[in-house]
Ligand binder design. Structure first.
Ligand SMILES: *[C@@H]1O[C@H](CO)[C@@H](O)[C@H](O)[C@H]1NC(C)=O
Ligand SMILES: *[C@@H]1O[C@H](CO)[C@@H](O)[C@H](O)[C@H]1NC(C)=O
Ligand SMILES: *[C@@H]1O[C@H](CO)[C@@H](O)[C@H](O)[C@H]1NC(C)=O
Ligand SMILES: *[C@@H]1O[C@H](CO)[C@@H](O)[C@H](O)[C@H]1NC(C)=O
Ligand SMILES: *[C@@H]1O[C@H](CO)[C@@H](O)[C@H](O)[C@H]1NC(C)=O
Length: 330
């Protein structure tokens, strides 16, 4: 009897000890893995530009902000895909390339033509202040970009949107693609807003019946998405088909931010997160790190400074609410 009790205690002790040791090893390994072993994440940064000088200058500024502030492993860089319409000229392309390749030897920028013409006309009842090129832009970020061969067949896991007038305002402190992977996220964004417009409401009634539903739209033209989630979530695909069939986005106008908001709503399994740690600016919309709200502040000469974007990064500093100019050097 005594021996049995002792050996039982012994066994319990042994189990406790081994669980403890296992725990130590596991947690140590885990944190070491985090520190030294970046998982590989195949990411791509996508921009849709306008074929005018201002957009070219802004795009160069945006690229400088990514190269300076996106915290990636030394000597690595994620590819940029720049989508443009037919009016994009070879001088514009050369300007972007010469102002970036001379500073960053590992940078890889591809230029891709998209067909931005359509015979679809806006419905008279739709928001007519939204031009057809604006509506095409909305469809691009909801649909076209994902089915362009450069993205569809590029072998990427994650896509990050940066507009020409977007910029990181400080170090991201972590590789955002690795962050998505490490946190097992399908979707990351920086800010939300709501836009209760009629065609959107009609669509939601079609999709959800009478159930009252609040859609948070993705704000400020920044998102990271796991492509496999977009392609393979049946609920997302049903939604996208509903939006694209019959040219709903073009005819009725649905903003891309709200289309993305609905994607996150229809698939309840989605793992999405507000990336509050990011210091991010979108023209005059300023978001400080660890701050949920954003501030709109028109700071004079922001666009004029873009004349210098070949060799200078210009951001709007959120704390001081003024321009911050940084020289780019080789
Ligand atoms: C755009 O930039 C090019 C090259 O710098 C210049 O030749 C052209 O005149 C500019 N166009 C406008 C409309 O400013
Ligand atoms: C990065 O590249 C530079 C120049 O090619 C080289 O001097 C440096 O050692 C590299 N750093 C790492 C961490 O590989
Ligand atoms: C290209 O420029 C022409 C002339 O300015 C304009 O009419 C046309 O809509 C533009 N094409 C596209 C695809 O933006
Ligand atoms: C540049 O990026 C494109 C698109 O991701 C890729 O196909 C190509 O192999 C890359 N080129 C280099 C030299 O890395
Ligand atoms: C662009 O798309 C429109 C509408 O789908 C089509 O009618 C037109 O032929 C396309 N243009 C080109 C050059 O592919």
């Amino acid at each position: 009897m005594t021996i049995n009790v002792l050996s039982n205690k012994g066994i319990i002790g042994l189990i406790t000890l081994s669980v403890f040791i296992y725990y130590i090893i596991y947690t140590t390994d885990y944190s070491l893995a985090q520190m030294y072993n970046y998982p590989d994440a195949r990411g791509v940064i996508v921009t849709l530009i306008r074929s005018n000088n201002r957009s070219i200058l802004l795009t160069i500024n945006m690229i400088h902000s990514v190269m300076r502030f996106h915290s990636v492993r030394p000597n690595t860089s994620y590819p940029f895909l720049i989508f443009h319409d037919r009016n994009f000229t070879s001088q514009m392309k050369q300007h972007i390339l010469s102002c970036t390749t001379k500073y960053y030897n590992q940078i890889n920028i591809s230029f891709l033509l998209i067909n931005f013409t359509t015979s679809v006309r806006p419905a008279k009842t739709s928001q007519l202040d939204k031009s057809m090129s604006y509506r095409l832009m909305c469809r691009f970020w909801t649909y076209d970009v994902f089915y362009h061969p450069a993205v569809r067949d590029g072998g990427y896991e994650y896509l990050m949107r940066m507009d020409d007038d977007s910029y990181f305002a400080d170090k991201t402190k972590e590789d955002l693609f690795v962050y998505m992977k490490r946190k097992n996220l399908d979707y990351g964004y920086r800010a939300l807003y709501s836009e209760p417009i009629e065609p959107l409401k009609r669509l939601l009634r079609q999709l959800f019946g009478k159930k009252p539903i609040i859609i948070n739209c993705i704000y400020n033209n920044f998102f990271l998405i796991r492509l496999k989630w977009y392609y393979e979530s049946e609920l997302v695909q049903n939604l996208i088909n509903a939006l694209v069939e019959g040219d709903y986005i073009l005819r009725e106008y649905i903003g891309d931010g709200c289309a993305h908001g609905i994607m996150l709503k229809v698939d309840e399994q989605v793992k999405s997160k507000r990336l509050t740690f990011l210091a991010y600016g979108h023209n005059y919309h300023l978001m400080r790190s660890r701050e949920n709200s954003w501030r709109f502040k028109v700071v004079e000469h922001f666009y004029e400074e873009m004349e210098n974007s070949c060799h200078q990064l210009t951001i709007i500093d959120r704390s001081q609410e003024r321009l911050k100019r940084m020289n780019i050097s080789t």
